[in-house]
Design a protein around this ligand. Sequence first.
Ligand SMILES: [Ca+2]
Ligand SMILES: [Ca+2]
Length: 262
Amino acid sequence: MMRSLIALALGSFCAAASAQGPPPFPTGPPAVGSSVVVSLDVVLGGAFNGSAMRTDLLEDGLLPTSQPYGAASFSGTDLAYAGAEDASSYLDGASDVVDWVLVELRTSVSSAPAARAAALVRSDGTVVRPSGQAGVSFDASPGDYYVVVRHRNHLAVMSASVIDLSSGAGSLDLTAIGAAHSNGGDAQVDLGSGVMGMWGGDGSADGRLTSSDRNTQWLQDNGTTGYRVSDFDLNGRVTASDPNVVWLPGNGRTSQVPTPSD
Ligand SMILES: [Ca+2]
Ligand SMILES: [Ca+2]
C-alpha cells in the first residue's frame, strides 16, 4: 500500500516536473556542510570497574562542561582541538557520563582527519553528542571512513576497517574483540568477559606508555584532586592506584593508530 502510494505520488510529481523542466534533484557530490553520524561504543580501560566505567568526575563536579582539548597542555599533540562543543545543558542533570573523547574520521589508514568532533562517553560505553543525542555527528560527506577515538590519557584506537557511512549513518563497537586496528601490537586491553578497552596511563599524551608518564606527570600531581591527566582511573584523585593499577599493565605499549602521512 505504502509503495503504491509513493509510486502514485512520484508519477504525478514527474509529470509536473517534465512539464516545467528538469526535476529539482541535487546532482553531483553532496553539498558542503553535509553531515554523517556514527553510533559508537568505546571503553576507557582506566575507568572500567569490572562492569562499567566510573562517573566520579561528573558526580564530583570536576567534568568540564565544554570540550577540554583546546587546553594549552594539548598544544602540539594529536589531541589539540579547538572545537566549541559545549554540554552544559546535557550535563546539568546527567548521571552516567564519564569523560570527553575526541573522535576523528579518516578516508584511509594514515590520512589526516577528514573531520573531528568532541563527544562524551557514558558509563556503559555509548558515546553521545554534547546535546546528549546518541551518536557522534561530523561535518563530512557520506562515504567510507576509518574512525579514530582519542582520550586525554588513554592510547588512541582506530577501527580495524572502514565504516560504511554512505547512507549518512553507521555504527562501530570498539569494545568488541578485533574491532580495533593493529600494527602488530595489542591495540586495546582485554578487560575480560569479551570487553576490550583503551589502554590508560598516557599522562604525557604522546601515544606511548613509558616511565615518563609516571615519573613526570603523575609524580608531580600525586596527592592532588581535580580533572587531571595524571588521574588515570578517572576517579578525581591522583593516587598510587593510578600508575599501579592502570599504567603499569600497559607500560611499554604504543598506540596502534598510524601517524597521518599526508
Ligand atoms: Ca606517554
Ligand atoms: Ca585516580
